[in-house]
Write a protein that binds this ligand. Structure first.
Ligand code: PLP
Length: 391
C-alpha cells in the first residue's frame, strides 16, 4: 500500500480524528450485511436467551480452541469467578495471581473470600514466570491464575509441571490472548486457554474477539468440571428448580452469540493483521535509546491484544502527552500494581507491597493504537512521531 507523503518526503498526517486505539467501526463495515442479518434473525426468532446462535457459538468455539467443553457466560470476569467457584475452593485458600494485570484477575479471588498471592512478572514479556510462582507456593495454594497479557502465552510448560507437582489447579486468564498458540518442547501445539485446568475469556467489544456488548466463556476438557461450571453459571441447578449449590446467573445472550458467530471465522485473519501492524511497529521502532519493543517468545504466537512499549527515564507520561498533541491516542495498561490498589491494599496473602519488575513496568509501559484495521499511513505517522520524540 502506498503511503501518502508530503512534498519533502515526510509521512503525510492522516486525518487525525481517524486514529483510534481500537477501530470497531471499520471492522463492522467489512462484514456489515452478514452481521446485520445475524442480529435481525435473532430478533425475528425471539430466541434471545440460549437460542440456536448460542449453541452454534459454543460448538464453534469448542472446535476453534480444540476444547471438549465450552460454557458461554456473561463476561470475562464472571468466567473467572465461575471457574474458581467450580473448583470448590474454601475461604482462606490461596490463589496466585500476577501483580501486573487487569483488576478482574484478582477481584474474583477477593470476592470469593479467597486469598490473593501476588507475584512479579517478566520485565520483557510482561507475563508471570514459573520461578516467581514456585517461590509463592505454600500448603494453602489451591490455584494459579496465569494471565496471557497483551496477547502472548505465559511460558506454560514449567507452570503446568509445577501445578502437577503440587496438585494445584490452573485457571488461565485468556481474555487478551484468544487465538494465540503455545508450543510445548515435544512440538505439541495448543491454543492458549486450553493449557490449564480451566480457561476463561472475554468478548468485551475491544477484545480480539469482541461482541457488541458483554460476553465471556469458560472452557475445560474435564467432563466433571464442565458439569460443575454449567451448574454454577445457572443458579447452581442441575435440573430446573433443584439447586445443589449456590451459583450465579451468567449467560451469553443470543444477539451477542450471533455477532460472535460472524467474527469467529475471521479471528485468525484479525490476528494476522494485528501481527502485521506489530511487525511494522517493531521494525520502525528499533534502535531508539531507552525504548523497548515487546519481546516475542519463540514458543508462543502473539495476537497483540495490545502493542506495549517500555520507555525509561521517567519519559512515559511526556511521550503520551507528545502523542496526544499529535492526535495519537495511547493507553497505560496498567498504571497501578494490584498491591497498590486501594481495594487490595494489605490483602496479599504473601504480604507483598512492592515487586521489582512490576514497580518499573507501571511507570514505563505505554500501549499504542492496535486493531485489525491498522493501515500503513497511520503506522508510519505513529512511528515517525515516536521517533521524533526519542531523537
Ligand atoms: C478484559 C479482561 C478481563 C475481564 O473481562 P470482562 O469481560 O470485561 O469482564 C479479565 N482479565 C483480563 C486480563 C482482561 O483483559
Amino acid at each position: 500500500m502506498a503511503t501518502p507523503t508530503t512534498a519533502d518526503g515526510r509521512a503525510q498526517l492522516p486525518p487525525v480524528a481517524q486514529i483510534q486505539m481500537v477501530d470497531l467501526k471499520a471492522q463492522y463495515e467489512a462484514m456489515q450485511e452478514e452481521v446485520d442479518q445475524a442480529i435481525i434473525d435473532v430478533v425475528r426468532s425471539g430466541a434471545f436467551i440460549n437460542g440456536p446462535a448460542v449453541k452454534n457459538f459454543q460448538a464453534g468455539l469448542e472446535d476453534y480452541l480444540g476444547a471438549k467443553h465450552v460454557i458461554p457466560c456473561a463476561n470475562g470476569t464472571d468466567a473467572l469467578q465461575i471457574a474458581l467457584m467450580a473448583l470448590g475452593l474454601e475461604p482462606g485458600d490461596e490463589v496466585i495471581v500476577p501483580a501486573f494485570t487487569y483488576v478482574a484477575s484478582a477481584e474474583v479471588i477477593a470476592l470469593l473470600r479467597l486469598s490473593p498471592v501476588m507475584v512479579d512478572v517478566d520485565p520483557r514479556t510482561f507475563n508471570v514466570r514459573a520461578e516467581d510462582i514456585e517461590a509463592a507456593i505454600t500448603d494453602k495454594t489451591k490455584a494459579i491464575i496465569p494471565v496471557h497479557l497483551y496477547g502472548q502465552s505465559c511460558d506454560m510448560e514449567p507452570i503446568i509441571a509445577l501445578a502437577e507437582k503440587h496438585g494445584i489447579a490452573i485457571v488461565e486468564d485468556n481474555a487478551q490472548a484468544i487465538g494465540a498458540n503455545y508450543t510445548f518442547s515435544d512440538g505439541k501445539v495448543r491454543r492458549t486457554g486450553t493449557l490449564g485446568t480451566i480457561g476463561c475469556t472475554s468478548f468485551y467489544p475491544s477484545k480480539n474477539l469482541g461482541a457488541y456488548g458483554d460476553g465471556g466463556a469458560i472452557n475445560t476438557n474435564s467432563e466433571e468440571l464442565a458439569a460443575k461450571l454449567r451448574m454454577v453459571a445457572n443458579h447452581g441447578q442441575s435440573r430446573r428448580y433443584y439447586h445443589d449449590v449456590v451459583g450465579c446467573n451468567s449467560r451469553l445472550d443470543s444477539i451477542q452469540a450471533a455477532v460472535l458467530n460472524c467474527k469467529l471465522p475471521r479471528l485468525d485473519g484479525y490476528s494476522d493483521r494485528r501481527r502485521a501492524a506489530a511487525d511494522y511497529y517493531d521494525a520502525a521502532l528499533q534502535g531508539l535509546d531507552g525504548l523497548l519493543t515487546p519481546q516475542r517468545q519463540a514458543n508462543s504466537t502473539h495476537v497483540f491484544h495490545q502493542y506495549t512499549l517500555r520507555i525509561d527515564g521517567g519519559r512515559r507520561d511526556e511521550l503520551q502527552a507528545y502523542l496526544r498533541e499529535a492526535g495519537i491516542p495511547s493507553m497505560i495498561y496498567y498504571p497501578v500494581a494490584l498491591y497498590d490498589q486501594e481495594a487490595f491494599r494489605g490483602t496479599a496473602a504473601n504480604n507483598i507491597t512492592s515487586l521489582p519488575n512490576t514497580d518499573v513496568l507501571i511507570k514505563e509501559v505505554i500501549s499504542l493504537p492496535m486493531h485489525s484495521e491498522m493501515d500503513e499511513a497511520t503506522l508510519r505517522y505513529i512511528t515517525e512521531t515516536v521517533r521524533a520524540f526519542c531523537s
